[in-house]
Design a protein around this ligand. Structure first.
Ligand SMILES: [Zn+2]
Length: 223
């Protein structure tokens, strides 16, 4: 039983990572047999993993098409960002009074990894690290449930960024993370709240929150 659970988790984690690193596009078909071959497991395990991912809203299951990478709606995108703002502003407000020098060093280590990934133009790596920054803040606060919830929301944000073509650059996000850590170190709560608002607001504002509909007329005119 433990093996079954760990295989299901392993497949779900691998697909989630591909989504976080933006290697899997929204709407991509996830064929059970193909996944079973890739992971060298039974279709039953694959189906369990896909069920798990659909509960986290990363995969959509429909009788007609089977499993596909989810395509979050505009409304869902807005709600995900709204929830992130609620959770992360209260997280940062609390961290601001409890943060220790050792934790600041841990955050600085993480920022260094982000900068290095940016310099290498390692796109999957930097995308994952930029998301992990937010999860790390929750871990430092010592709330594992919050860390898991944020990790789920961050995965959904990756899909949202792909769906709505976020133009907020990785370099801008990275610079904003540096400023957040500086404000934490200075225990400047007011600056911190402004920075977070700006950071999440920038990402959201740079999404083109209109579904990407193919322009049929333009496509046919060209032909
Ligand atoms: Zn960020």
């Amino acid at each position: 039983m433990a093996d079954i659970v760990s295989s299901t988790d392993r497949i779900a984690a691998s697909i989630t990572q591909a989504i976080v690193e933006r290697r899997l596009m929204p709407g991509t078909r996830l064929a059970e047999q193909q996944l079973a071959d890739i992971y060298g497991v039974s279709r039953t395990l694959v189906r369990q993993a896909l069920n798990q991912l659909s509960r986290h809203r990363l995969v959509t299951l429909t009788p007609a098409r089977g499993a596909c990478v989810a395509e979050p709606s505009v409304e869902e995108a807005r709600q995900v960002f709204e929830l992130r703002k609620m959770l992360e502003s209260s997280l940062l407000a609390q961290l601001c009074s409890t943060i220790t020098p050792a934790q600041i060093r841990q955050l600085r280590e993480h920022l260094k990894l982000e900068r290095e990934a940016l310099k290498r133009t390692d796109v999957p790596g930097r995308t994952r690290l930029l998301a992990d920054f937010h999860v790390l803040l929750a871990r430092l606060h010592g709330n594992e449930v919050l860390a898991e919830t944020l990790a789920d929301l961050l995965s959904r944000c990756s899909l949202i960024a792909l769906m709505y073509q976020s133009s907020h650059s990785a370099a801008e996000s990275q610079a904003e993370h540096e400023a957040i850590v500086n404000a934490l170190q200075a225990r400047d709560k007011r600056a911190l709240m402004k920075l977070l608002d700006n950071h999440l607001g920038n990402v959201e504002a740079n999404l083109k929150l209109e579904p990407r509909a193919p322009d049929l007329a333009a496509a046919l005119k060209a032909a």
